[in-house]
Design a binder for this molecule. Structure first.
Ligand SMILES: *[C@@H]1O[C@H](CO)[C@@H](O)[C@H](O)[C@H]1NC(C)=O
Length: 472
């Protein structure tokens, strides 16, 4: 979910953070202590056990590709020549503060981020080398009449990336470095702006996630010797104005999308059944939480607490029947309902194809262009896109993924282009470390011929997109 639009003031502050420098690598023998692997054990991942349902789904942390899990190419001797990475940002504060949240503390002040506040002692910011450094610091004043009624305590704005979320992407970046730099030589050891193209939605948490992933991949641990090193690389994070972005379904630019989606909501039998099956359940949730929300909204207020081991919501107001507290099984039922809804809204319902065609068509074309450019020996080895659950979900829908459960924090999709010794090109798609399984088997995404993959992407191309985007 994209949270409230950032204010102009915030954008100015963030602008300073969109450029970061990374230290250079000297030799492969020194990589281990340069990359962010030493951070990996800082946070105890066991804390997220509560949200792990029997199938191993964990909303709080997506599985990461690792050297051990990363599959060999199906054809021996094939070379990886290009990859496209799509992520959901890491762990974040809830998107909105509900009545029961006012006494909670959400702390974002120690996040490993460069656009956010940092702790001088933990590491040097790349801005150490710049003349001016602006860090945005969120303060929620205890005495403010507004804050006491409308906001939790601590130092997190709604939807802000937490230190844990920053770390998740450091780890992902470090893991991808082991695979793409050390093992496969897809990317150079030293950051090269021509080989990695970074793109993000214009939202703080996605930009911070992108920074942290790149920091994990190319290390920024203050190892650079000289403050005036002339060749310190600068990372550029490319954004589009939200009005015209296409990393999520942009119903503002394409109003027909909302019309199609509300048609689905009105006509889907699955959604009607979901509603009927949960009349009492949603009534209870609304009573406990004090507000009525869509399933994803309930998820958004419950799961961040679970991911941080915070007590779940209770309303002890002497109600004579029913339950008064959220617990693990209630949370799992919410997640199950969310999954039913997203499967319908992003993959199965009549009309979804048109939603994806209008909303994801531009991104599908870009994925195709990236692949074809790489085949023609273009220089970009990694196209990195930092987005949201609402980036990953429609992409899963576009690929017809079998698993349409809500993408956990720090989810990743890798669209890889491989070349065989015979000179043939194949696409492989990994979702959270494993080959993406499709429901309708339009192609085996462990090893899909490039032409077949492109043909599929072309299905989402619309000739006159803007005229079809008008309401009907
Ligand atoms: C959760 O709460 C419900 C309703 O009070 C109860 O029936 C259920 O046993 C609880 N589950 C757990 C795991 O505590």
């Amino acid at each position: 979910m994209i949270g409230a639009r950032l204010t102009t003031v915030m954008l100015f502050l963030i602008a300073g953070g969109l450029v970061m420098t990374a230290s250079r690598f000297k030799s492969s023998s020194q990589q281990q202590d340069l990359i962010a692997l030493d951070l990996i054990d800082l946070f105890n991942q066991e804390q997220t056990d509560l949200s792990t349902n029997p199938e191993g789904y964990n909303y709080c942390q997506a599985p990461r590709p690792t050297l051990e899990t990363y599959p060999d190419p199906k054809v021996e001797g094939a070379t990886l020549i290009h990859s496209q990475l799509f992520i959901r940002h890491g762990d974040r504060a809830p998107i909105s503060a509900l009545p029961l949240d006012l006494d909670m503390v959400w702390d974002c002040s120690s996040a490993y981020t460069f656009t956010g506040p940092r702790d001088e002692s933990t590491e040097k910011s790349p801005y150490h080398y710049a003349n001016v450094v602006a860090h945005q610091v969120v303060t929620i004043p205890a005495g403010s009449p507004f804050a006491s009624k409308l906001m939790w305590k601590g130092s997190c704005a709604p939807g802000q990336l937490t230190p844990l979320g920053a770390l998740q992407h450091r780890k992902l970046g470090a893991a991808l470095r082991q695979i793409y730099v050390d093992k496969l030589n897809l990317l150079p050891e030293i950051y090269d702006a021509d080989t990695v193209h970074i793109r993000s939605t214009d939202v703080w948490r996605t930009k911070q996630s992108a920074e942290n992933l790149m920091a994990g991949m190319y290390g920024v641990q203050g190892k650079s010797k000289s403050a005036t090193h002339p060749t310190l690389p600068i990372l550029q994070i490319h954004t589009l104005p939200t009005e015209v972005d296409y990393l999520t379904l942009n119903a503002g630019a394409c109003p027909r999308i909302s019309q199609l989606r509300s048609n689905i909501e009105k006509t889907s039998e699955v959604l009607k059944q979901l509603k009927d099956d949960n009349v009492d359940f949603s009534k209870q949730l609304t009573r406990i939480l004090g507000v009525e929300k869509p399933w994803s909204g309930y998820m958004d207020t419950i799961l961040p607490r679970i991911c941080h081991n915070k007590p779940l919501q209770c309303r002890e107001d002497g109600i004579e029947r029913g339950w008064n507290c959220i617990n693990e099984s209630i949370s799992n039922r919410v997640l199950d309902n969310v999954a039913i809804q997203t499967t319908e809204m992003y993959r199965d319902a009549e009309g979804v194809f048109d939603v994806l065609r209008l909303g994801m068509g531009p991104l599908a074309s870009e994925i195709k262009d990236n692949l074809l450019a790489a085949k023609a020996q273009g220089r970009v080895r990694l196209n990195f896109y930092s987005g949201h659950d609402t980036t990953v979900l429609p992409l899963l829908g576009l690929f017809g993924a079998e698993d349409m459960r809500w993408p956990p924090y720090a989810s990743s999709i890798l669209v890889e282009l491989w070349k065989t010794p015979q000179g043939e090109h194949f696409v492989r798609v990994l979702y959270n470390q494993a080959v993406l399984l499709t429901k309708h088997n339009w192609c085996n995404l462990e090893w899909c011929p490039l032409e077949a993959f492109v043909t599929h992407l072309d299905r989402f191309h619309t000739k006159d997109l803007m005229s079809e985007c008008q309401r009907q």
